[in-house]
Every structure is written in structure tokens, then in C-alpha cells.
Write a protein that binds this ligand. Structure first.
Ligand SMILES: [Mg+2]
Length: 173
């Protein structure tokens, strides 16, 4: 069960202390797309997000959108935001995580994944050994491919909560 526990848990991408991440040696941030940056069923562009990434780039992080969604969905947002991306990432499989680590000559301790799902973002990141940051999903509506994951996630959270290992809404960093 420990493999599902995120290293950090925050309300949203906007409440994460990126300065602190930098101090901890994080150089590369992988952002999940659906329900992390935008609602899962939305295709609207977002000015707030653009400002956010413009500011974040100034911290000197290497930034990717790291999504299981197909290229046609991921590229629209990534191109608009002017950041690199990895589509069809197949989280929680390790392969694409490790490709980014290798391509950028990074150490696992220098990479963090930020996402809204225990079964893809957190599990994948923990398997690889990078820092995992869970945030609450933006929307209660999920993509079709996520519905089963959420059912399993609820069960896992219930188990973790019973052992006081992870409690929804109890944020930490
Ligand atoms: Mg997501």
C-alpha cells in the first residue's frame, strides 16, 4: 500500500511551494494534464495557466506535460503554453518516465511528478523512484478511461485512511 502514498499532497498546482522544491534539488517537473492543469472534459485554453507557467519557467525548472492522453489533446495545450510534452505516457508504466530522466541526463532525485491520480501519477512516480506530488482533481468529472481507476482509488484511500497513512484534505509537503 505504501507505493500509493505521495511524497507531498497539496490542494492544487497553485498551492505547491516551488521554491522549496528547488531547494530540495528538484530540477524537472512533470505535470499531468487532465484534472491537474485543466478539467478532464475541457478543451478550453486558460490564461491563468499561461501566467502560471511563465512564472514557473523563471525558476529554471525543466517542465513537461506528462499525460496518458493522445497527442491531439496534449499537444494543443502544451504548444499553447510553450512547454514540452510527452503524450500517451502509459502511466503507471516506468518507460516514459525513465526516457525523460535519461534524455535530460537527470538523477531520479531531481524529478517530480505532479498529478491528481493515485493509480497513474503517484503509482508510476513511486515505482520509478521520483518525487510524487498529489493534488486534488480540478473537476469531479473524469474521462471515461479514468472511471475504473477512481473506483479503485477510493478503495485504496479508504484503506490508507484507516491506517492514518493518507487522509483526503490533510495536506503536507
Ligand atoms: Mg489526471
Amino acid at each position: 500500500m505504501d507505493i500509493f502514498i505521495p511524497d507531498m499532497y497539496q490542494k492544487s498546482i497553485y498551492t505547491i511551494d516551488y521554491e522549496k522544491l528547488k531547494e530540495r534539488g528538484i530540477k524537472c517537473l512533470l505535470f499531468d494534464l487532465d484534472n491537474t492543469l485543466i478539467p478532464a472534459r475541457s478543451s478550453k485554453k486558460n490564461e491563468k495557466l499561461k501566467d502560471f507557467f511563465d512564472e514557473l519557467k523563471q525558476y529554471g525548472f525543466k517542465i513537461y506535460i506528462f499525460s496518458n492522453s493522445p497527442k491531439r489533446r496534449v499537444s494543443i495545450f502544451a504548444d499553447d503554453l510553450g512547454i514540452e510534452y510527452c503524450y500517451s505516457a502509459s502511466k503507471p508504466l516506468k518507460k516514459k518516465f525513465l526516457k525523460i530522466v535519461d534524455d535530460n541526463d537527470l538523477d531520479l532525485s531531481e524529478v517530480a511528478i505532479i498529478g491528481d491520480q493515485l493509480l497513474t501519477d503517484v503509482l508510476g512516480g513511486n515505482r520509478v523512484g521520483i518525487t510524487t506530488i498529489l493534488i486534488n482533481p480540478i473537476s469531479i468529472k473524469d474521462g471515461v478511461q479514468t472511471l475504473l481507476n477512481r473506483t479503485i482509488e477510493k478503495y485504496i484511500i479508504k484503506k490508507l485512511t484507516k491506517k492514518d497513512l493518507f487522509v483526503k484534505g490533510r495536506y503536507y509537503e
